[in-house]
Design a protein around this ligand. Structure first.
Ligand code: C2E
Ligand code: MG
Ligand code: MG
Length: 653
């Protein structure tokens, strides 16, 4: 190789040290030098090559690193943007299951929630909802298993309540558990909506206590537990007395308020395991769990009655309500939920029948009675079509002259097997079942027809009164029915009187006043029946267009000896007269009663002493006798002719 071909670095080095290679090559004894230099030059070249290769590979490597960096940054940015777009976030926990990282996010709720979680909460502090609940979740975590879509509540004083849905996987480093890592999302709105739906499906919207289906379900669970434990339990069936009157007089808002109060009072009375439910209307039920004995049940029922009778204010008015309570027991009375409820219901009806504001235990005899009632109801339905109803007529006399002034139509049921039934045996049932409406229509029509027949037979019948019961009175078609019955029979309205009891009128005095006005406008007379047994508002009494007050038999009974009865009778007579009303005393059975009434100024008397309810034929006889001059005036007490014509032995019951 010629020196000119040597590696330039070698040439530069040789020049720097001042070696002239050409001259050196001619110098003696240097024969090996060129070969040496040539090797050095080649070494330079080789080293150069290596460095070049190294630099190349470094360059390539750093370019690749840059690309990787850029990719990582891009993917991080993508993740961040996805996280911010979705409501989901990422979380991590340490080995003690404490949140040590919750990704930031954009919504306010999210930040609040993140703060909440990363602040204090440990995984197992969350209130796990749904299937399995906290126990199943804790087991998963204890086994260091992954979990998916667990919904849990996060609650912290001063913060709104949140619900989150989280999924997580355990993190292991070198086989050692380091905590969980996962994603989560805020499901507060959805969960609250779900809870609301659940609430609506299971709880009574108005009062917040269990609804029927929820109560029955809980009762079934409790029965199952009691069966296994060999324990007893009890159901109370509670019905408010006179709820309808509150609703009608004070309005539905007041009625709602009352129901809420009742629910609250009942709930307040119970222990944790017991459940209150509302079946609808004013019917409440209570489940008493935990082996209650009869003494305990009696105590609780008594407390419930006292609690419920506490006065309250509704629509600005002080109100007092009471309730009737029926009690049934598992396993004595029934072993399934439906029958248990029915037994309690039956017992509740007994409580109502026993004057309300009391409680009754179910007994098997009650079941028999309820069954008998049921079959009676079925038969009563047929009674009208089968022409089994009859009217008897009880005369009313002038207390002083003994003149026949009127009569009262009283219904009887000629039962195919049980004989002649008095109203006491079926009127309440007819009221309850609604049969009173068609039955009352029949009574009105039959009475008007009978009166018309008597008129046509020239018997000049005095005015006839017809009883109208609560349900019938509040029925919207009553006035039309009265008017129709009069027209159909061609009877003057003045010959008909409607008797409505004081308590029916006062239950909804405002509406009663309207109905009475319409009846009065037809030209019929109005009598207030059983006066003195209810609580009359004198203000209303004055506004009712009624012409007659009937003093209830219970006061006449005690005359003349009972001083209270005597005072009340006198007071009612003077009250009626001051309101320009006539007074009829009911249930006059003795001469001394009649004498007292005459002295007290009572106008008319009705009772067994003067005449029992009569078959129409007997009534016709009585009228004929009277017309023939039998109505001899008599200062007090029945004259002989009257006694003969109405002797009990000749009369129907
Ligand atoms: P009320 O309207 O007060 O009728 C008077 C009741 O007293 C009748 O009983 C009558 O027989 C009875 N009575 C009359 N005088 C005496 C007496 O001196 N001593 C005794 N102990 N009782 C006497 P009844 O016929 O059993 O009727 C009972 C109730 O049934 C009636 O009481 C009335 O509220 C109702 N009622 C009767 N008929 C009808 C009807 O057609 N429709 C409706 N809605 N209710 C009726
Ligand atoms: Mg009556
Ligand atoms: Mg009466």
């Amino acid at each position: 190789m010629a020196p000119a071909a040597w590696h330039p670095t070698l040439q530069r080095q040789l020049q720097r040290v001042g070696l002239d290679l050409a001259a050196l090559a001619q110098a003696p004894g240097t024969a090996g030098l060129p070969a040496l230099l040539e090797r050095v030059s080649r070494a330079y070249t080789d080293a150069e090559q290596d460095r070049y290769l190294l630099e190349r590979s470094q360059e390539v490597a750093s370019r690749e690193m840059g690309e990787l960096h850029a990719q990582l940054a891009a993917s991080q940015a993508r993740l961040a943007s996805l996280l911010s777009l979705s409501s989901d976030w990422v979380w991590e926990q340490d080995a003690a299951l404490r949140f040590n990282y919750v990704s930031a996010h954009t919504t306010d709720v999210g930040d609040d929630l993140a703060a909440l979680l990363s602040g204090k909460h440990a995984l197992l502090d969350l209130e796990v909802q749904g299937e399995g609940g906290p126990a199943a979740f804790a087991a998963l975590v204890a086994a260091r298993s992954a979990f998916r879509n667990i919904v849990c509540g996060v609650r912290e004083p001063g913060h709104a309540r949140y619900y989150v849905r989280i999924s997580g996987e355990p993190v292991f480093v070198d086989g050692e558990f380091r905590g969980y890592r996962g994603v989560g999302s805020d499901v507060t709105q959805v969960t609250l909506a779900e809870q609301r739906v659940q609430q609506l499906a299971r709880y009574d919207v108005l009062t917040g206590v269990a609804n029927r289906s929820m109560f029955v379900q809980q009762l079934e669970h409790a029965l199952e537990r009691a069966r296994r434990a060999g324990a007893s339990l009890s159901v109370f069936f509670i019905d408010l007395d006179r709820f309808k009157a509150v609703n009608d007089t004070l309005g539905h808002d007041a009625g709602d308020e009352l129901l809420k109060t009742v629910a609250k009072r009942l709930t307040g009375l119970l222990r944790g395991a017991d459940i209150v439910g509302r079946l609808g209307g004013d019917e409440f039920v209570v489940l008493l769990d935990g082996n209650p004995d009869v003494t305990t049940l009696t105590k609780i029922a008594g407390r419930a009655l006292t609690e419920l009778a506490e006065p309250l204010h509704l629509a600005g008015r002080p109100i007092q309500v009471s309730a009737s309570v029926g009690i049934s027991r598992f396993p004595d009375d029934a072993i399934d939920a439906a029958t248990l409820l029915k037994c309690a219901d039956t017992a509740m009806y007994l409580a109502k029948a026993r004057g309300k504001n009391n409680f009754q235990f179910f007994t098997p005899q009650l079941a028999d009675r309820a069954a008998a009632q049921l079959s009676l109801e079925g038969e009563l339905r047929q009674a009208i079509q089968n022409h089994e109803l009859r009217l008897h007529y009880q005369p009313k006399f002038d207390v002083c002259s003994g003149a026949l002034l009127g009569m009262e139509a009283l219904v009887r049921w000629q039962h195919p097997r049980r004989g002649l039934l008095a109203p006491g045996e079926f009127i309440a049932l007819a009221e309850e079942s609604g049969l009173i409406v068609p039955m009352g229509r029949w009574v009105l029509e039959a009475a008007c027809r009978q009166m018309q027949e008597w008129q046509q037979a020239a018997m000049a019948p005095p005015r006839c009164s017809v009883n109208v019961s609560a349900r019938q009175f509040s029925h919207p078609t009553l006035v039309d029915e009265v008017s129709h019955a009069l027209k159909a029979a061609g009877l003057p309205a003045s010959l008909l009187e409607i008797e409505v009891t004081e308590s029916v009128l006062m239950a909804d005095a405002e509406r009663a006043q309207q109905s009475l006005k319409r009846l009065h406008a037809l030209g019929v007379q109005i009598a207030i029946d059983d006066f003195g047994t209810g609580y009359s508002s004198l203000a209303y009494l004055k506004r009712f267009p009624a012409q007659t007050l009937k003093i209830d038999r219970s006061f006449v009974d005690g005359l003349p000896m009972d001083r209270d009865d005597a005072a009340i009778t006198r007071a009612v007579i003077s009250l009626a007269h001051s309101l320009d009303m006539r007074v009829v005393a009911e249930g006059v059975e003795t001469e001394s009663q009649l004498r007292f009434l005459a002295e007290a100024g009572c106008d008319e008397a009705q009772g067994f002493l003067l005449g029992r309810p009569l078959l129409p034929e007997r009534m016709a006889e009585l009228m004929t006798e009277r017309m023939a001059g039998g109505a001899a005036s008599r200062p007090a007490g029945p004259g002989p002719s009257m006694a003969a014509s109405t002797a009990p032995s000749r009369n129907s019951p």
